[in-house]
Design a protein. Sequence first.
Length: 145
Amino acid sequence: MKLLTRSRYGVRLMLALARNYGKGKVFLKDIARDEEISEKYLSLIIIPLKSVGLVKSVRGAHGGYTLARALSEITVKEIIDVLEGDCLVDCLKDPKSCPRFNTCASRDIWALLGGKISETLSNITLEQLVLMNQDKAGRTDNPAI
């Protein structure tokens, strides 16, 4: 199983915003530079994150991006669901997408696996990700936590 690049980069984008939580707005170009991701690609990723209320933007010279909610209120599952979708396989969400829906021997395993992944991602918040990141980097650069 493999996540799309947009989901991996989306989590990195949200983690960058989380590290700056409480410090003001962040420019997308700065995140792009720091994360070594194309600014153009990040500008496409941030649109759906804004549309569901995970990110706020402010236009103008003093503009930029911030998280729309507290770090402890945003889960990795929310981010992945927005960027990737919330189902491993289409037939779990839409039975009409597969003519073998009622007789498929593997459907149950995909449902079980999807449930476990969903449960795990639901239990990881941006606050926890920031703390894990600080532990790895040996730094504590966000007093807002």
